[in-house]
Ligand binder design. Sequence first.
Ligand SMILES: NC(=O)C1=CN([C@@H]2O[C@H](COP(=O)(O)OP(=O)(O)OC[C@H]3O[C@@H](n4cnc5c(N)ncnc54)[C@H](OP(=O)(O)O)[C@@H]3O)[C@@H](O)[C@H]2O)[C@H](O)CC1
Ligand SMILES: [K+]
Length: 457
Amino acid sequence: MIPIAGTAVLTAAQMRAAEEKAIAAGTGVDTLMQRAGAGVADAVRRLAGVNEVLVLCGPGNNGGDGYVAAARLHAAGPSVRVAASAEPRTPAAIAARALWTGAVEPLATAAPAPVVVDALFGTGLSRALDTDVSTALNRFVSHANLAIAVDLPSGIATDDGALLGDLPAFHVTLALGAAKPAHLLQPSAVHCGAVRLLPIGVTTDSDVRVLSRPDLPAPAIDAHKFTRGMVAVIRGRMAGAAQLAAQAAMHAGAGYVEILGATIPGAPHALVRRRCDDSALADPRIGAVLIGPGLGRDDAARALLDQALATDRPLVIDGDALHLVTPERLHGRPAETILTPHAGEFAALFAASDTDKLTAARAAATRANATIVFKGPDTVIAAADGRAVLSPAASSWLSTAGSGDVLAGAIAAMLAGGGTPLDAAAAGVWLHGEAARRLGPAFIADDLAEALTGARA
Ligand SMILES: NC(=O)C1=CN([C@@H]2O[C@H](COP(=O)(O)OP(=O)(O)OC[C@H]3O[C@@H](n4cnc5c(N)ncnc54)[C@H](OP(=O)(O)O)[C@@H]3O)[C@@H](O)[C@H]2O)[C@H](O)CC1
Ligand SMILES: [K+]
């Protein structure tokens, strides 16, 4: 049972392909199921202690994992019962069912237990749950102190995170072989609870990974302020937003941060101010220009955006600027571009899409030839080359004014520090989430910017 941070994220089809590769290389599906069931039993034993366990088994291989786990739990001592929604149908699940020598109760009439293990459906879910199944599942989970899902909570669509039925929230989900998009995308992620990976010896390659703590070493002994990264924040109509972003960039570790535009009264002394003109924007020491926080959407804002787009410096585009630009204008930029839209800004820039967030973000990244940080409770970071990073939900207290400005500043600092746009965006998202975690409840964006220093530590 290991954390999923940094691990590969596979769709149902990719997982099946990985499984088939393992089978072709000589590891049979029964062996994989034994590994999965043994891993589940071990995890349940550790989490459930001596409490009675009820394992719910479905007709496919997810159910097969459940039978293996139940048999192993029984052999190890804790009191176990099994309830099934249907007879097993796959050869591996039929063989696993034969290992369980106790009774198999009907789902509708089985009594609840303090610990429930859901092995009804996994990556093979093909349609919405029948009402009698979802009613039973809700009944068992509501009576349990601990609800554990095998691979995925039953009723969740593996690839897009949709809820196919009225399903309860689990405390723990044990991802088999690899994390799936549904473990990270909403609305499903919130139903998974804590997600832990159970490796089953299948090789899992993917362009998509789970966000992990970035490797951000302290500056080298011979570092100076410009080698640490210089960030230029373009000031628009609302000076406070630009200042927050600039402070975030400083606290995230940039060596030199300047505001381009009119003086901001009371700004920190460390924040340098220059006029926003072409020569300031052409400064070759600039590692990232940030435009958007508090920019406004008027003609003056458009003129500033034109200036920013004309530079050959890496660019982070946030907030209002996302309403003024088009993907086509970004496509030919000579330097890296990172866009940080929330759902409304994303829809304004790329038009509403009916695909899932991961697919939408990847398509947008290709279209704009930019790295997209599609923000929200399930932030997706997508690069133009197809790679993507999925962030587990961070603190819900991040839903506060100025939070996005702080994130944009943190990302600009990471980009100026020399990371690739994907790594810089991921590092910024991680620092932002970690700063929020450290602050706890009801912080304000000013606190968040300062807390980036601690998050970096
Ligand atoms: N990937 C691996 O390396 C391994 C995965 N394991 C486990 O296997 C499952 C996936 O198993 P699979 O058999 O493909 O699928 P499921 O068990 O999730 O369910 C498929 C059966 O359920 C029926 N079904 C689907 N949706 C519904 C529904 N809403 N209501 C009722 N029945 C449903 C489906 O019937 P069809 O009519 O659609 O054919 C199937 O009968 C994975 O999640 C892991 O837990 C292996 O154990 C190890 C290797
Ligand atoms: K399940």
